[in-house]
Design a protein around this ligand. Sequence first.
Ligand code: SF4
Ligand code: SF4
Length: 380
Amino acid sequence: MHQVHYATLNGYQDPELNNALHAVLSPCLEKAGGVQGKRVMIKPNFLEWKGHDKPVCVAPELLTALCRYLFDGGASAVAVIENPAVKSAPVIVENMGIADELAKLGVHVANCENYQFVDMPEKCAFRRLELAQEYLDYDLVIDFAKAKTHAMMTLTLAVKNLFGLIRGSERLGWHLAVGRDYGRFADMLLDINTLVAPHISLVDAVVAMEGNGPGSGTPVDLNFIAASNDALALDASVANKMGVDDLLLISRAAARGMDVEFVDCGEIPEVHPVVLPDPPQMGLEWGVYFPPRLREFLRRKMVAKPEVAPDRCIGCGMCVKMCPPQSLKLVNGKPVFKLGDCIRCFCCQEHCPVGAIISKKTAFMRFADKFEKFIRKIIR
Ligand code: SF4
Ligand code: SF4
């Protein structure tokens, strides 16, 4: 059973920050064979820097403290390597205001550049993936995630953070390839995690994100960080603390026979349910005996749709640029969706700079919600 280590942190100030990092990382480092003399790569979540009051990226203070902690522990080199969708990793670090500090410490900050097709191990769902290979150049890989809600996958934590190792242009292709089959998307994330197998995964949930995540949600103080030698166990445990006990990624992993068992250690936070986006899909388990055509009809009705708030939209066109099947276009400066072609990947929602797009349940889904509540009432 994998250990997940927790520490309380009520803000991003020293010295509490260093104490908390030490509490969660020292057992993981010990298990990973220590850091002395090692070259370390950190893969942070750098979706986009939107300012200190928007928890879109890992906190800059925590990232800087992590680099310093690794050098103090004897690391021979530390690199921050990421592949943000829009801006480069060095630009994001500059915008965060920590570029000089990281440079002084001797931290190398770069984008992923070296991509290769990799034949996946037998147990994986996919045969080949094109992945950034930088992680192979380092002795120790730290997957550093931000705890956020996610319109497509409910939450983005450590395993989802590794999707950044897929080439930016190919990520849209992956969304196209799996379409509305979120289970296949989860399989692909699990495959990346199996291949990369980060030595340590760390989650920043001091100020997490709830609501319209992962790019435009609301800050929520969860006041903890957590780390584990196993990204999947970390996700299973942290999802539980955020009030999500049915994360698709975890159920898919369990169905594949992967080890999702964990034991919490340290200062274990209370369960704090966060506000989730409207779920992209409703289960159709209860319709298992329906004829296939009826099931397909219901399936189409039970997928949430992207919706724009015209008063918030600034007409920048980023949603159009990021839409894999090009199922929306700007008309009079506002996006118009062609929902028949839309694969419900919510890339438009993720990259809208002003949070003008949300996932919204269909009228049928809202009716089904009410019907379910009614039935439960009767049964009770
Ligand atoms: S409109 Fe949005 S949710 Fe639909 S396919 Fe395009 S990016 Fe994905
Ligand atoms: S990305 Fe957001 S602000 Fe830009 S056009 Fe689309 S909805 Fe409007």
